[in-house]
Design a protein around this ligand. Structure first.
Ligand code: 3NM
Length: 221
């Protein structure tokens, strides 16, 4: 099998929901089901932090979330953990700058899995592309409380810089994105929005997701 088509990747990034059990107000299964029904296009299982599940409980939750994604035909990405990604037969993996380099992951996983890389500047973006990344997560665009070790807030400048430099790789903006502040992220050249708390922490997850989905498909965004 071959690498994911670049335009298919762009479409999948439109509304990229990321979540682990620590991000949820209700059960993770109900949270993901509501977001899936509301129109997310891609999901990342990101079980991080001191209260993160481990071992059998981690695997069990991963299997349940994987099932929900299958039912809604939403590709399932695992954050950072190659072993877990293999155990869950994930569609891809997302890595940060401190994780295994994308080049090694590509060697291990082969061509047909999606590989995403977090990039915070042009140098990291170019390296990730050379290493075989299918998409970049660029952030934090706005202040976030969902990532303890987040880098300095950069607004939309890095996304703009990337596009000005002629890099056409699919890009998703991440960090503090809400319904109110999302439009500039798309205008800057991102293909989509990556969101944890504005969806996982919403009072009405289905309705909030539906509004995000409208925003990323609206011709004026
Ligand atoms: N990565 P929220 S910011 C997982 O800058 C993650 O690379 C970031 O969560 C980066 O939507 C972030 O709740 C957290 O702000 C995004």
């Amino acid at each position: 099998m071959t690498r994911i088509d670049i335009e298919d990747m762009r479409r999948l990034l439109k509304l990229y929901f990321i979540m682990g059990s620590v991000n949820c107000r209700q059960s993770p299964e109900d949270t993901l089901t509501a977001a899936a029904a509301g129109g997310i296009t891609l999901f990342q299982f990101r079980e991080k932090g001191p209260a993160a599940l481990k071992g059998a409980a981690l695997l069990r939750l991963g299997q349940q979330l994987r099932q929900i994604c299958r039912a809604y035909n939403i590709p399932f990405i695992v954050n950072d953990d190659l072993e877990l990604a293999a155990a869950l037969d994930a569609d891809g993996i997302h890595v940060g700058q401190d994780d295994l380099p994308a080049r090694l992951i590509r060697e291990q996983l082969g061509e047909h899995k999606i590989i995403g890389v977090s990039a915070h500047n042009l140098t990291e973006a170019r390296q990730a592309i050379a290493d075989g990344a299918d998409y970049l997560g660029v952030g934090p665009v706005y202040p976030t409380s969902s990532k303890n070790d987040a880098q300095a807030v950069r607004g939309t400048t890095v996304i703009e810089e990337l596009r000005r430099s002629g890099l056409s790789i699919p890009v998703v903006g991440i960090g503090g994105i809400t319904l109110e502040n999302a439009p500039p992220v798309i205008r800057a050249g991102a293909d989509g929005l990556s969101i944890i708390s504005a969806i996982a922490g919403a009072e009405d997850i289905h309705e909030t997701t539906r509004r995000f989905a409208q925003l990323v498909t609206a011709p004026s965004s």
